[in-house]
Design a protein around this ligand. Structure first.
Ligand SMILES: Cc1ncc(COP(=O)(O)O)c(C=O)c1O
Length: 372
């Protein structure tokens, strides 16, 4: 698989050029509204003084970092505000490869393709550990595969694309494996608000110096265009304290800093948004998952019902999830999904559908009719 060229755009482009109405289930951009406080913050920003139009601190607005730190139960000094989870993952992976011995980045198969693309781009040796049939990474499989050559292990919970959510035991096992091999566990938790099981555990809860947790408001506040994310690094006065200092420098040299209005609006949203906002979004998505999975049953498809996140992977008898079949589904049904082969070998016969469209119902019917 060529992970260096993002494949999403290929499919989106094909769908846009199609000669018919197409329901987009390709991208991971939420279709619901952000919290009202976010929009208020943005509007108020326009009336602030000239000083507020200048660089914010490179590590992020102090109050925003304090809010993030309080939610995560860590000291504010450990929080670096980044340009989305994407930059946070990049800084964490670069730091792990630099700080720890070994050249290998271990990923799951299927994988969120940007991890693999980034690892290739960083000239790391890339290893893949296939997940179980239920979409979860078995800690024993990871233990068997990890070695002293491993510098970085990346896990993602709730998971894109499989919908797996790791509980406290699984997370503790992943952290222990990273510690045993003197590696860094990068835990991408960008879908943490989309846990339907109550099982989600942050890797930070393990209190290890071998963990960087990454996250953003991109999905939880439906603002993928704002680019406000963060990484929580191990404490600076601990044995892996250099990770934070280097990440700060790298972030500053690359970006100077992040966007002040976007951080201001996110801060306002954090101050004013209650748990019901996130609960409403989860309820909306649970409905969509039910509708879509019912239709997959009607179509005779195999699928894993997600425990978290907003993607469903499905497999249709004698119809592998190749790019050709994705294009055919666009032409024949007007439903655009992603080919499983874009996520690795183990699910190359599957498709991934993103439930971020109000037309899940219609998409489900179209697929059920096509495959019935
Ligand atoms: C697992 C995972 N990590 C990171 C990202 C990128 O997040 P951000 O937009 O905050 O950079 C995505 C986006 O789909 C994702 O699915």
């Amino acid at each position: 698989m060529d992970y260096e060229t993002p494949q999403f755009f290929r499919v989106i482009q094909y769908a846009q050029q199609a000669d018919r109405d197409v329901i987009d289930m390709v991208s991971g951009s939420p279709d619901w509204d952000p919290p009202a406080g976010l929009c208020d913050g943005l509007r108020d920003y326009a009336d602030l003084d000239a000083a507020d139009y200048q660089y914010p601190p490179s590590v992020g607005l102090a109050e925003l970092r304090a809010r993030i730190a309080a939610r995560r139960g860590v000291d504010r000094s450990r929080v670096l505000v980044t340009n989305g989870t994407g930059e946070a993952n990049h800084l964490a992976m670069v730091g792990g490869l630099e700080q720890f011995s070994g050249e290998e980045v271990l990923l799951t198969d299927p994988v969120y393709p940007y991890y693999a693309g980034r690892a290739n781009f960083l000239d790391a040796d890339v290893g893949f550990v296939p997940v179980e049939a239920n979409g979860r990474l078995d800690p024993e499989q990871l233990r068997e595969r990890a070695s002293d050559e491993t510098a970085v292990i990346v896990v993602n919970s709730p998971n894109n694309p499989t919908g797996a959510v790791y509980d406290a035991d699984a997370m503790a096992a992943f952290v222990a494996i990273a510690e045993e091999h003197d590696a860094l566990l990068v835990s991408d938790e960008v879908y943490d608000h989309f846990d339907y099981t109550g099982r989600f555990t942050s890797a930070l809860d393990c209190g290890s110096d071998h963990v960087v947790a990454t996250n953003a408001f991109s999905k939880s506040m439906a603002i993928t265009g704002f680019r406000v994310g963060y990484a929580v690094f191990p404490p600076e006065d601990g044995p892996t304290g250099d990770l934070l200092d280097r990440a700060r420098t790298r972030h500053m040299l690359t970006n100077v800093t992040g966007s002040r209005p976007a951080q201001y609006a996110v801060l306002r949203a954090l101050q004013t948004t209650g748990p019901e906002y996130y609960a409403d979004v989860r309820a909306r998505l649970t409905d969509r998952i039910d509708t879509f999975c019912d239709a997959l049953d009607d179509a005779g498809a195999a699928y894993t019902r997600p425990d978290g996140g907003f993607y469903v992977m499905a497999r249709f008898e004698d119809y592998p999830g190749s790019f050709e079949h994705v294009y055919e589904l666009i032409d024949e049904t007007g439903v655009a999904g992603m080919p499983g082969e874009a996520f690795g070998d183990s699910r190359s016969k599957w498709f991934r559908f993103a439930l971020v469209t109000p037309r899940v119902d219609e998409a489900a019917k179209r697929l059920a009719d096509f495959f019935a």
